[in-house]
Design a protein. Structure first.
Length: 202
């Protein structure tokens, strides 16, 4: 591919580099957000990626925080969602990674987002399950055990109760639980070894 000054050319290189470092879902998320910025820049006459300024990025982040997002649902209906200040972070972080990558690769001389400072939004508190919720889960599993008529159904019912107990007691993530092997569970010491965590560390 011949190098040019288009958004498409840079985004292709950015995507290829990301694929060697992060999960496919993260690659899509970052590329979608940077592509959205690229479309906004072209629509507003901001020129090529090489002419983007700090002011352009600030204008875009202001636009994100002050304008609604419009989605198309499965039945082709339009859904309007009002964005807020926290919405800016979901674009800021991918853009920062994109422009930092472009500078590191020698495509850009200066990083236009380098001096744009944005604090990550505070995460909303996670509401824990109440006793009534846990009781409801256990009643469902108890009913599942009672109606089981085959050895396989009994085994699956017992497995489901073990999974629920593990999730409630250990606070491991669902994906971490999914990747557990029999050898990772030490019943005598009441320990579980998580080999594949969100941060890729055991």
């Amino acid at each position: 591919m011949v190098q040019n000054d288009s958004w498409e050319w840079l985004l292709t290189g950015f995507k290829i580099d990301l694929e060697t470092q992060v999960k496919p879902k993260t690659v899509k998320d970052y590329c979608d957000h940077v592509s959205y910025f690229a479309r906004w820049a072209e629509h507003n006459g901001k020129g090529t990626p090489y002419s983007i300024t700090k002011r352009d990025i600030q204008e875009f982040l202001h636009y994100i925080a002050s304008s609604p997002a419009i989605f198309t649902t499965g039945n082709e209906a339009k859904k309007i969602v009002q964005r807020d200040e926290n919405s800016r972070w979901h674009y800021y972080f991918p853009l920062k990674r994109f422009f930092t990558w472009a500078v590191d690769e020698g495509h850009l001389i200066q990083n236009p987002i380098d001096t744009v400072m944005l604090k990550p939004p505070k995460a909303a508190p996670i509401e824990p399950y109440g006793a009534e919720h846990i009781d409801a889960f256990l009643k469902i599993l108890e009913h599942e055990w009672k109606v089981a008529t085959t050895a396989l159904q009994k085994m699956l019912s017992a497995r489901n109760r073990a999974i629920l107990s593990l999730l409630l007691d250990s606070f491991i993530r669902l994906e971490e639980c999914y990747h557990l092997k029999i050898g990772d569970i030490d019943l005598s010491r009441k320990r579980v070894l998580v080999r594949k965590s969100k941060t890729a560390r055991g």
